[in-house]
Ligand binder design. Sequence first.
Ligand code: HEM
Length: 400
Amino acid sequence: MTQTFPVQRTCPFAPPSEYEEMREQAPLVRASLPGGDVWLVTRHAEAKQVLSGTGISTSPESPGHPNWAFRAEQPGPEERAAMRAFAVGHFIDLDPPEHNRFRRLLIPEFTVRRIKELRPGIQRLVDDLIDDMLAKGGEAELVEAFGLALPSLVICQLLGVPYEDHEFFQSRTREAFADLNDRDASRRAMMEIREYLDDLVTKAEADPRDDLIGRVIESGQLTHGELVGVTFLLLVAGHETTANMIPLSVLTLLRHPGQLAALRADPDGWPMAVDELLRYLSIVDWVAFDRVAVEDQEIGGQLVRKGEGIFVLGASANRDERAFERPDEFDAARGARNHVAFGYGVHQCLGQNLARAEMEIALRTLFERLPGLRVTVPDEELPIKRTAPIFGLTALPVTW
Ligand code: HEM
């Protein structure tokens, strides 16, 4: 039986109900798309196997890559060339050994130690955003006022965007990610950001500072275009993800008042709670997990042939009862570090320590400073992103 794909979510806290049936059916399920069939990986063990496997490629250049399967008409040479030019430096789409050159250079920028140094800056940004909310009165829309604003400001800090440009940068990132289905507006904003980053790198080349961009320039290992691409990738990868996780996490915690009270009483529990939120909400699901087999191989007892496209269903793997007890329960004290919300293998999220720090500081501070925080609309009126590639809420009206 072939599955239709993608399957939409209907509940903010759960993957599509079809995932459970698919997981029961087999670790790999065939899905039909306009441009051809793909494999969907439903279980945790096989998800890890694919994400860490040899004989698997993530590059859209590899024949049979599943991203093209959404279109019945395949892109011609001109479109492919334009996309290739735009993607220079986007190492998330590169296979080893090319991928290693970028990853090795950037790992030192995202170690636990380096992120610890960034924490006071993140705390200041979080406090300023909450001050702004308080100054505006007793109500706020949390996605706009907090969820979207924080990752944008954090990336400004990381890349050394001057303070006077923050507003431009924030408004453009908001526009770029506001509605990924409004492709023209989103593409225009992305091009403006790209031009801005190009300019930022050019200025840094003339006068390098001791920051991420300055250190990469100093290493002499990337071309100008590659470094611009890297800064753009960091923005894209770190923005929508964190921005969607924060409001959805607030909603989840408000739904579990006992667990929230325990976290307030013992803030040391936050790091573990953050990983459980990542597992439970699995907002990235399949969109980053596009792969293609570059040699014949067996996965979960299924022969997958060279050139066959694969999507790993992260949200299904994170609810696999073979890997997690009571997977559909939210348990902030579970210790769910073996989730695949940050992926697995060579492409495992480079910014995961930063993302964890942002989420932890944002959630802890928000619930500390606004102890009466509550949602002002009934559940059925909460707008959820049904079709967006990264799941989340479009708005979360709150009071305190
Ligand atoms: C809650 C927030 C986040 C989530 C859920 C998330 C999720 C992911 C996932 C699933 C991947 C793996 C993609 C793959 O297998 O191809 C990934 C890769 C990546 N992430 Fe994140 N991410 C988050 C935040 C961030 C942040 C804050 C940054 C940096 C500012 C970042 C930078 C990256 C980069 C550069 C990659 C590509 C790594 C590589 O290909 O080597 N992410 N992320």
